[in-house]
Design a protein around this ligand. Sequence first.
Ligand SMILES: [Zn+2]
Length: 479
Amino acid sequence: MVSISFPADDFYNETKAKIFLQFYDQTAKVVLNQFMEATWNYVTNITRKNQEEMLHKDMERSQFMIYFGIRACLFKVAQFQDQDVKRMLRKLQNRQGGPAQGRAAGELEEVMATSRNKEELLWAWQGWRDAVGRQIRTTFEHYVELSNKAAQLNGYKDMGALWRSKYESDTLKQDLELFQELRPLYLNLHTYMHRALHRHYGPELIDLRGPIPAHLQGNMWAQSSVNILDLVLPFPKKIPEDVTKIMKGQHWKSEKMFADSEKFFTSLGLLPAPPSFWKKSMLTRPTDGREVECHTSAWNFYLDDDFRIKKCTEVTIEDLLSIFHEMSHIQYFLQYKNLSIIFCEGANPVFEEAVGSVITLSASSHKHLLNIGLLSLKHQDSGDEDQGPKPGAAARARWGQGSRAKLWEDPRGRLLTVLTLFPEDEKVFDGTIRKDIYNQEWWNLRLKYQGLCSPVPHSAEDFDPGAKFHISADVPYIW
Ligand SMILES: [Zn+2]
């Protein structure tokens, strides 16, 4: 157990703060490393014993963070000169254990992705919202109150203000308005989708002058339309090149997929993954009978150049691109590893994922796929790529397989952002959005930013935002 004694006020001066931070840096490395190691051992070998060990280390880590978090609050940061010291203390004050993340909805998601039957789609869409959203409405109201209390104890007006503080930007709201620059493109895509869905589902379901019902885009949250490319891809008679088939034909192995990704980074003058990465990572599903958790992730062990990826790689183009994404995390870990452990994370909550997205987009470019022999010039139509309105086979192959498909994703994060972040706009945490209109406001925002509507009337009894993982699991999210 941790016991804390509080010395006199003048003890907490700037010199002491620097010593305190140094001490934190050294000890946190060990504590976090042990926690990561125990978690890794569990997810790559699921046994009762490993689970107990992980939970034990998790508790140690929580106590450790609480201990340092409370102490960090005692320093009178406002009078300090050193900006880094101030920033580190502020970050430490906000640091908590971090929520455990989980996933559900599996089978219903599958229905949303594959069914083209409007009744079945509505059944899955509505079923998920009844089972999850509605059920947590009152809990969510309570959560808002408790979150605000916690934020106020940390010196913030409400939890929204605490979340915004992580971006360390006085112009966050204006920064997010960059979305407006993309809006014309989004509107074009929206109109195109609208027409394609109208073609398939007919005028009784799709009103071309109204919004798109939210259950038809192949995704439970209408946040991506990749799964309905068969309905919307232009020139349906032209079959896109099947890159996965090409990979299999060329006898690609998971080793080659990772090696190619490594080559991509080093060719840009970036860092190679250290030898231990190749030794300690789990790059394919083990064949020794161990039960493992296959969810793809990149891991920082905070000690001795120890960075790993856990992935049950299959030879597909999706997995190849996902490897580039994960290797971007490894690259980012490598780039910041010499900083204080307090700074060993993305520059703000979205930056690290953004790096991964940029690299993946680049890796999936026509030029790169051509370079690594996964697309052939003979499939490239005249007028392909950048010129001409007609996408050629190569461009269509990529569209169909995940890169440009990114464009089909909706600005859902924008929605959650508005709900939680903006003091001037409608807001949840400061109470501007009252709890009896949570759901109504949610749909107002979905209409405004996504051009979507609920397929059936929903009332204040429903709580549709709660059907999205990040809202029910307390994960602030701009994207
Ligand atoms: Zn990622």
